[in-house]
Write a protein that binds this ligand. Structure first.
Ligand SMILES: [Zn+2]
Length: 408
C-alpha cells in the first residue's frame, strides 16, 4: 500500500479495524490498544468509567500535568492538546434466548433501516468472534432512524449452551471480511471511530514510543499531548460524559484544548478522498472560534488545498461534550462512506438503498488527519492571539479608507 502511512502504522490500523466492538462492549479494542501501548512503553491508565487515558500513568499524574503552568518550553499560552476518539461502533447486545438458535437483541446507536430481513450479522463475546447469523423481525425506534429490537437466527445452537446469559453476546452487520481494501479505499464493518482510535494510538507511539528494552522515561511527559479513548459514544457520548464528570479538568492551571478525532458522514464539501476535515462544528454546536482559526491556518500550511472545512452536522461528536462542560474544543474528521453501515454511498456488499453496507474511508484522508494532528502539536502556534495578523490588515484597510470616509 503506497501512502504516507508507515508500514507498521498500516498494519496497526487493520488490526484495530478487525476487532469486534459495540457500545459498552469495547473490551477487544481496549486489549489491543493496551498491548500496543505497553510494547512501545507509552504511559496510560484506565479511568473509573473504563475509558483509556494515554500520556499519563495515573490520574495523579494527569492532574500534575493539568496543574503544571504552561507547556514545554514553558509558555503560558501553550494549551494541553487532549485528543478524543471513541472505541465503540453501533451494534447490538443479546437480551433473551427465544429458542436454542434464536436470540432476541437490543440495538444501540444508529443503523440501517431498510433491507434488514435476512442480512448477515456477526456475533462476539469477551472471548472473541463467536458465530454468524442473520437478522429478522427488526423493529425500528419511534423516530424510524435506527433499529430498536430484532431477532438473530444463529447458524448453530452451540452458543445457546455456552452463553446462558444472552447479554454476554454482542454483534453488528457482517460483510465479506471485517476489513479489506479496494484501491485506496478501506472497507470495514466499523471505521467510526476505530480510525480515530488508531490515530490517537499511532500518535502516542510516535511521541512516547521507546524501543523494546529501552528504559522507561522518568518524570512528566514534555509533549502537550493527552489521548482519551472513550466508551459508548454511539449512545450519546456516555464514556466522554463520565470522564468529564470526574471534574479533573477544573484543576487545570494551563489552557486546554479538546480535539475530537472522528469519522463523520460524507456531506457536500466534505468528500471522501479530498482530505481530512477541520470540523467547525457538529449537529449541536459550533466549536471554539479562536482555536479553529489556528487549525485552519495550520491545515492551509500543512496540506495546502488537500484539506476540507465545514460544520459536520450529520451527527454530534465528543467536542460537543467538552463544549457543554465549558471546555474549549475543536475537531478533525475523516469523511466516511456508508455512515453507521447505512448504504448512503452503496458499493460492495451493499444490501440495497439505505440497507446494510460496510463503512469505508480513504487512506489518504487518514494519513492527512495524522499530519494535521502532528502539526497542531508543534510549539509556538498562535493559540492566544490567532487573529492578530487579520487585525493588523483590518487597521490598514481602515486607514486607507479614511479619505473616502471624509469625502462623504
Ligand atoms: Zn463516531
Amino acid at each position: 500500500m503506497k501512502s504516507a502511512l508507515k508500514k507498521e502504522n498500516w498494519s496497526l490500523l487493520l488490526e484495530i479495524l478487525s476487532q469486534p466492538t459495540a457500545p459498552y462492549r469495547e473490551g477487544h479494542v481496549v486489549t489491543l490498544v493496551e498491548r500496543t501501548l505497553n510494547k512501545a512503553s507509552v504511559p496510560f491508565f484506565r479511568d473509573p468509567i473504563g475509558n483509556l487515558v494515554i500520556g499519563a500513568r495515573s490520574s495523579a499524574e494527569l492532574l500534575k500535568l493539568l496543574r503544571r503552568a504552561g507547556g514545554q518550553p514553558r509558555d503560558p499560552d501553550e494549551p494541553l492538546r487532549i485528543f478524543m476518539a471513541h472505541m465503540d461502533h453501533p451494534g447490538f447486545h443479546g437480551t433473551r434466548w427465544v429458542n436454542k438458535d434464536t436470540l432476541e437483541i437490543k440495538w444501540h446507536g444508529g443503523s440501517p433501516v431498510e433491507y434488514l430481513e435476512g442480512y448477515p450479522v456477526w456475533l462476539g463475546s469477551a472471548q472473541g468472534w463467536e458465530d454468524k447469523g442473520t437478522i429478522f423481525s427488526a423493529r425500528l425506534m419511534k423516530h424510524k432512524r435506527a433499529i430498536d429490537t430484532a431477532r438473530i437466527k444463529l447458524s448453530s445452537p452451540s452458543l445457546h449452551s455456552r452463553f446462558k446469559n444472552p447479554s454476554a453476546l454482542f454483534g453488528g452487520f457482517s460483510f465479506r471480511k471485517p476489513v479489506w481494501q479496494e484501491g485506496k479505499l478501506i472497507y470495514t464493518k466499523a471505521a467510526d471511530d476505530l480510525v480515530g482510535t488508531f490515530a490517537i494510538v499511532s500518535l502516542a507511539c510516535e511521541i512516547f514510543g521507546r524501543k523494546t528494552g529501552a528504559k522507561p522515561r522518568k518524570g512528566l511527559p514534555t509533549v502537550p499531548f493527552v489521548g482519551i479513548l472513550t466508551r459508548a459514544e454511539e449512545t450519546g457520548f456516555i464514556g466522554a460524559i463520565g470522564h468529564l464528570q470526574l471534574g479533573w479538568y477544573a484543576h487545570a492551571r494551563r489552557p486546554l484544548l479538546f480535539v475530537s478525532l472522528e469519522t463523520s458522514r460524507q456531506l457536500p464539501g466534505a468528500q471522501i478522498g479530498k482530505g481530512p476535515i477541520v470540523r467547525l462544528g457538529d449537529r449541536f454546536t459550533v466549536f471554539s472560534a479562536n482555536a479553529l482559526r489556528v487549525l485552519l491556518d495550520v491545515a492551509e500550511k500543512t496540506l495546502p488545498k488537500k484539506y476540507q472545512a465545514r460544520v459536520m452536522d450529520g451527527g454530534a461528536c465528543e467536542a460537543t461534550a467538552a463544549t457543554v462542560y465549558g471546555l474549549p474544543a475543536v475537531g478533525f474528521s475523516i469523511p466516511l462512506g456508508n455512515y453507521h453501515n447505512q448504504a448512503f454511498e452503496g458499493g460492495p456488499d451493499c444490501g440495497g438503498p439505505m440497507g446494510p453496507a460496510p463503512e469505508f474511508v480513504h487512506q489518504d484522508d487518514v494519513a492527512g488527519m495524522l499530519a494535521l494532528c502532528r502539526a497542531i502539536l508543534k510549539p509556538k502556534l498562535s493559540w492566544a492571539n490567532p487573529f492578530e495578523n487579520r487585525r493588523k490588515n483590518f487597521k490598514k484597510s481602515f486607514v486607507k479608507a479614511r479619505k473616502l470616509l471624509k469625502s462623504g
